[in-house]
Design a protein around this ligand. Sequence first.
Ligand SMILES: [Zn+2]
Length: 222
Amino acid sequence: MTRMVRIDDFPHGDLALFNSGHMMDYQERVEMGLRVFEEYKVHYILGVSPGLLQIGDLDFLEKLVRHGKVVLHGYDHGWSRDWSRITESWAGGGEFEGQTIEAIRTRYNAAHGILRNLSCYDPTHYIPPFNAYNQNFLDVMQHTEVKYIHGCDKERYSYNLDILDHHGRIPLTSQYHKTYDFASEVIHNLDNLSQITLHWIYDSQRPSYEEDYRALAKALTE
Ligand SMILES: [Zn+2]
């Protein structure tokens, strides 16, 4: 089994970019990258926000994801908030900012329920949107199957996430601009063994998208 790669944002994660174009072709864009990872049998997790799924998306995932796993990436990726000011929510927990434990639990249960019949669903990983979370989120995770909580060192240290009680959940932390970057940059840092994180929504903006994923998949499986 190859080293695991984390890929965020299905069906999408950036409301402005989705509305300005990706709404039309997000499935094709995702498929272009993941098909390469499937071909090379790369071990990956794809973060899905179930509250944003469109008709046909579950079937799409069931057919496409074989060597990877689908994992939770929030409920609606904060899209019900004022997107123009979304960064202001990050320090307080991003999607979970200002929510009660009951509200977070209700949305977790709804999200888990939407994905639970997918054969590629792995409930042991959770990717909080924006790598941002808070104590109420962790208190809900305590009573779920989630074992690994994915993040990035930039947010982990900026928002002091280490002082929170993780209830034994294991943080997996990517390094910003090392293992957390465009695929074409991450490939130069494979000796850094922290969690690799990719964002297809930004990688797919580049003409070299497919080649970049192929080069990375090759390097990971050599
Ligand atoms: Zn995201």
